[in-house]
Design a protein around this ligand. Structure first.
Ligand SMILES: O=C(O)CCC(=O)C(=O)O
Length: 295
């Protein structure tokens, strides 16, 4: 497994150091290897199957699991479910796990809220996610948006690990977009690769249980799962400073408000507590456009 060639990219198991925070501020990402134990990772892995088996309720697009279907048969149909924390107490529990929130408080603010979760299955053959910035989709505009990407399986180039362009968050600008016609990625609306130097991209290969933290303005992608028989499951949570408003319409799924309040406070106190919390988002399956087109 390839390592990032700067030791400060890796948070030691004894806890985050100022050198890690400096690395993160400069490069836009860092890694906590083995942050979750094998038992914790296994709990998330088992919950992933349970969700896709319909054990947390049927959602649109989920297919009833047939009686002789194996884990492989069930999971290979899916790419990703959005907002699994809305269905699953297990996924909800890890959203505010203090091993994650302790790190977030060092890089975001003492007060942190979460607004999104995504659970990727990425079966063998499934496409990757093209170059993008999470900030484009989740507009916080204060540079505090942070993804915590938890590897449920070992992730490497072969099964479609995350790639990042170090320091690409620095201009704090939204890069322009173009149409993509290749095969590696599942989307056709991607960041224009003439806008940045793709040769600077590095793969972030990690073992199961590791967590990759990345800034919302950082250019990142993931490759297609080119392996024959290995899933590339990952659970991603998104967080931001609780001090900032969140004017997010969830890609047109919600009416635009100045401050979307379907959030979970995961650390510190909520400066806007008087506004209350709303239950607006629902779990949904991400359409797998390439599979749909090829059908
Ligand atoms: O895990 C992946 O394949 C993509 C994840 C990602 O790009 C994200 O969480 O923003």
């Amino acid at each position: 497994m390839k390592k990032i060639n700067n030791p400060n990219a890796y948070i030691p198991s004894s806890g985050i150091l100022p050198a890690n925070v400096d690395f993160y501020k400069k490069n836009g990402f860092m890694i906590a290897e083995g942050l979750f134990s094998m038992a914790e990772t296994e709990e998330i892995r088992a919950e992933t199957l349970h969700i896709f088996q319909g054990g947390r309720g049927m959602i649109e697009g989920l297919q009833e699991a047939g009686s002789g279907e194996t884990e492989f048969d069930i999971l290979r149909k899916y790419l990703c479910i959005h907002f699994p924390h809305k269905l699953s107490p297990v996924i909800c529990k890890y959203l505010s796990n203090n091993k994650i929130t302790g790190i977030l408080q060092e890089i975001i603010s003492p007060n942190v809220k979460a607004m999104q979760s995504m659970l990727f299955v990425k079966a063998p053959g499934k496409p990757g996610q093209s170059w993008h910035q999470d900030e484009y989709y989740i507009p916080t505009r204060d540079c505090s948006l942070t993804g915590a990407w938890i590897a449920i399986d070992d992730a490497d180039i072969g099964n479609g690990c995350i790639w990042v362009v170090p320091q690409s968050h620095k201009p704090a600008k939204i890069y322009s977009r173009t149409v993509y016609k290749g095969e590696e990625y599942g989307e056709h609306d991607i960041i224009d690769s003439t806008e940045f130097d793709e040769s600077k991209a590095v793969p972030v290969e990690v073992k199961a249980g590791s967590v990759v933290f990345f800034n919302g303005y950082l250019l990142h992608s993931s490759g297609r799962n080119h392996s024959k028989d290995r899933f590339r499951r990952a659970l991603v949570y998104h967080y931001m400073s609780a001090e900032s408003y969140l004017p997010w319409d969830q890609d047109g799924r919600l009416p635009l408000q100045e401050d979307m309040r379907d959030i979970v406070m995961v650390a510190g106190t909520d400066p806007y507590e008087e506004k209350g919390i709303e239950d607006l988002n629902k779990a949904y399956l991400r359409p797998d456009f390439q599979t749909i087109i090829k059908k």
